[in-house]
Design a protein around this ligand. Structure first.
Ligand code: ADP
Length: 301
């Protein structure tokens, strides 16, 4: 498969007639789809035959989630969906686990969320199931991936995690896919001693949940800013984002650093604040907003 993909990729960089280009692009995208299916089937049979071995290494949770979001950011941008994540206070920065498989689960859930959502957002949340005491070397994490998409009828919820099963027979025709992603994700979570389930309201959206008991990695991570930051404290921050979840996350996160955020979902409101003499030290502006986008707003400011 890699040979087919690499060679058709190279072929696309040579001079081709429009007709030939069309054919090669189809070979390229079909072989990528086939590679995904092959990998899923291999993963699935590996799990079923009890041969899936999980790594036990320190995992930086934020990096893992951000990597998963990075992989899917282009797809989300194409559909103009917002993607974001929020992590509770007190969650250990590093835990012990298999980063590749954890990322795979998140990528599966996120890519479904994006696939089955036309407008709105897909948000990852991580919470502590029970208060984590700093001295404990175990913590119980609750992940959720919530979308504002088409949702799943109640009578179909039960069978989603069965291999080769989709909510609706028309799904394959319209959205593609094999019906293996969720089966693999749930099995991986179970191998990690956790549980996975789903809640959904048709036409409103779905939330896929999973819990994982994880050991806390002892090394201290210095990559992420936690708690009050002297360089940032007391800076007045303007946050403008039409998505209320993003406003909330940015306000929460920057307040934890000691900043003084003021957020609005409307560019016009932000301009009014500034015109009326309110001063800010810096601003975080969303790029895609209805009416006035981030660049226009920055220009106005
Ligand atoms: P695939 O996406 O390859 O079909 P999955 O196992 O990942 O396989 O998903 C199985 C089915 O579950 C999907 O075909 C779809 O019908 C349903 N599904 C999964 N995630 C969502 C979601 N976020 N919103 C609506 N339906 C979903």
């Amino acid at each position: 498969m890699n040979g087919v993909i690499a060679m058709s990729g190279l072929l696309l960089e040579t001079p081709l007639t429009p007709e030939q280009r069309g054919y090669v692009e189809t070979i390229y995208s079909s072989s990528e789809a086939l590679l995904t299916i092959t990998k899923d089937i291999l993963d699935f049979s590996k799990i079923e035959s009890g041969k899936m071995e999980l790594e036990q290494e320190p995992v930086d949770l934020r990096v893992c989630i951000e990597d998963a979001l990075d992989i899917l950011a282009p797809k989300a941008a194409e559909k103009k969906l917002d993607i974001a994540y929020q992590m509770d206070d007190g969650i250990p920065a590093r835990v012990v686990g298999d980063v590749t498989r954890l990322r795979q689960i998140l990528v599966n859930l996120l890519s479904n969320g994006i696939k089955f959502t036309e407008t709105g957002e897909v948000v990852v949340q991580v919470k502590l199931l029970a208060a984590h005491k700093p001295k404990d070397d175990e913590c119980h994490l609750h992940f959720s991936v919530c979308d504002t998409g088409i949702g799943i009828p109640v009578d179909r919820l039960g069978r989603l995690f069965k291999p080769f099963t989709q909510a609706d027979v028309s799904t394959t025709r319209y959205y593609g896919g094999t019906g293996l992603g969720l089966a693999i994700s749930r099995r991986l979570v179970e191998l990690m001693h956790g549980k996975m389930w789903v809640e959904s309201v048709p036409q409103k959206g779905s939330t896929f949940h999973f819990t994982l008991p994880m050991r806390v990695a002892r090394e201290v991570s210095i990559q992420h800013l936690q708690g009050r930051q002297p360089q940032l404290a007391d800076l007045r921050l303007l946050v403008v984002d039409d998505n209320s979840t993003n406003c909330r996350i940015l306000t929460l996160q920057t307040s934890k650093w000691g900043m003084l955020p003021r957020s609005t979902q409307s560019a016009a409101q932000a301009l009014e604040w500034i015109k009326s003499g309110e001063a800010f030290d810096l601003a975080i502006l969303d790029m895609q907003m209805p009416g006035m986008d981030g660049l226009m707003l920055a220009g106005e400011i």
